[in-house]
Ligand binder design. Structure first.
Ligand SMILES: [Zn+2]
Length: 129
């Protein structure tokens, strides 16, 4: 009795009406079944990829923030003449602080045109080293 069961169903993939032999059948053909399965898998992969990049993007940006300064600091330590920006990184203060020290005469600098060169010796003297 039940083996002769015929159910009219609509294919999950192509939308075509077909006669299903079991209630579980969702596709008109094996081809539609395979194609739809691939589509679902592709969507899952895409979703995973998108959520992965979004989630992984934030901490990546955070760790990169302090890195350039640290690399610069190591480079600065090897040099005898610094710019105002480099002096600020070296001392861990703002550029404004360096500029104020220059203006008040605490930090002796060399002016080359519009450029200001800060000898490391001047920084050491200012610090009393
Ligand atoms: Zn189909």
């Amino acid at each position: 009795m039940s083996s002769n069961l015929r159910i009219r169903r609509v294919c999950h993939h192509c939308g075509k009406e077909f006669e299903a032999r079991t209630l579980q059948t969702r596709y008109c053909s094996h081809d539609c079944n395979r194609k739809h399965y691939k589509l679902v898998k592709r969507e899952e992969k895409l979703k995973k990829f998108l959520s992965g990049t979004v989630a992984g993007h934030v901490p990546l940006e955070d760790t990169n923030k302090s890195k350039p300064d640290l690399e610069k600091f190591e480079e600065i330590q090897k040099r005898d003449y610094l710019s105002i920006a480099e002096s600020a990184i070296y001392l861990g203060v703002s550029k404004r602080t360096i500029e104020r020290s220059i203006a008040s005469g605490n930090l002796k600098v060399v002016r080359l045109g519009h450029r200001v060169i800060v000898p490391r010796e001047s920084i050491n003297k200012m610090l009393g080293l």
